[in-house]
Design a protein around this ligand. Structure first.
Ligand code: SAM
Length: 280
């Protein structure tokens, strides 16, 4: 396990991922009944932007950094506001930091809602546990997130979202995602699943989408943002496939990505986005 999210926290991919995650959770808030968020690959929850790791890549500057002064058009501005209200005060605070998915989620929980966060890396897992020490709404588990898709589903609330955000450092991660979500969907067909993936190897992405369609799982949308075109040498973009998305999400993604793609583009002419339905 070499991957450390501290090098990448707050980059364009985190912005896209956390903006969509926030919209999904905000939709869950529309009903009074409690919901659960399960974060299978949670990271540490909070990342210093003054750290050596953050300084080494400077990735956050081309991600959340660009949103500090941005004048976004409506409706994107209104849709992104809940996420930016969480992230920007931390980014501009002293010391500067960026919230990981567990912290973005925690800020959007009401008193009846719960978060289960899994992190396998011992050090990151310890940091995550410390972050939420004494918080009875959050359960941190130092376990393999893929196993959680079996062991923790369905949650007792029977409403909620599973974020699956693995590091993609080993070959086979796309396949593991398909296997994992197919099993999970059998155990809990009504849950929402948000699957983040890198756009680097375009063939791998096409195969992943094809496998999702072939899985027979209904009701899937797929959102993608492209910020550069290095032919797969670097992270050119990223995507999020959402199973059982809120009915509002497709239109919301279109509005947000249309504003974010030009803002986050590293090669302006490469900026692209798409939101498509993979299954009805
Ligand atoms: N979801 C986080 C966020 O948005 O802030 C970022 C997560 S990062 C992309 C992936 C994380 O998964 C890393 O912290 C890594 O240590 C962890 N990890 C790797 N393999 C894992 C596994 N099998 N189960 C749980 N966590 C794992």
């Amino acid at each position: 396990m070499n991957y450390r999210h501290a090098f990448h926290a707050g980059n364009f991919a985190d912005v896209m991922k956390h903006a969509l995650l926030a919209r999904i959770i905000l939709y869950l808030q529309r009903k009074e009944a409690a919901f659960r968020v399960i974060d299978t690959h949670a990271g540490t929850g909070r990342y210093s932007l003054a750290s050596e790791a953050a300084a080494k890549t400077g990735e956050w500057l081309d991600g959340i950094g660009r949103l500090r002064e941005a004048k976004l058009p409506d409706p994107a501005a209104a849709l992104l506001e809940p996420y930016l209200d969480i992230a920007l005060p931390m980014v501009t605070g002293a010391p500067a930091a960026y919230p990981g998915s567990p912290l973005v989620t925690r800020r959007l929980l009401r008193k009846q809602d719960r978060l289960t966060a899994l992190e396998l890396h011992p050090e990151d897992g310890r940091r995550l546990a410390k972050q939420f020490e004494g918080d009875f709404q959050v359960r941190v588990i130092a376990l393999d997130g893929w196993l959680a898709l079996g062991a923790h589903l369905p949650p007792k609330e029977k409403r909620g979202v599973v974020l699956i955000d693995p590091p993609f450092e080993e070959p086979g991660e796309f396949d593991r995602m398909i296997d994992g979500v197919t099993k999970a969907h059998k155990r809990w067909p009504g849950g929402t699943y948000a699957l983040w993936y890198p756009v680097k190897d375009r063939n791998a992405v096409s195969n992943f989408r094809f496998a999702l369609v072939q899985s027979g799982i209904p009701d899937i949308i797929d959102a993608e943002i492209i910020v550069r075109d290095t032919g797969g040498e670097r992270l050119d973009g990223c995507g999020m496939a959402v199973i059982n998305p809120p009915y509002t999400l497709e239109a919301e993604c279109k509005a947000m990505l249309a504003a974010l793609a030009p803002l986050l583009a590293m090669e302006p002419r490469a900026a692209r986005w798409s939101v498509k339905r993979l299954a009805k």
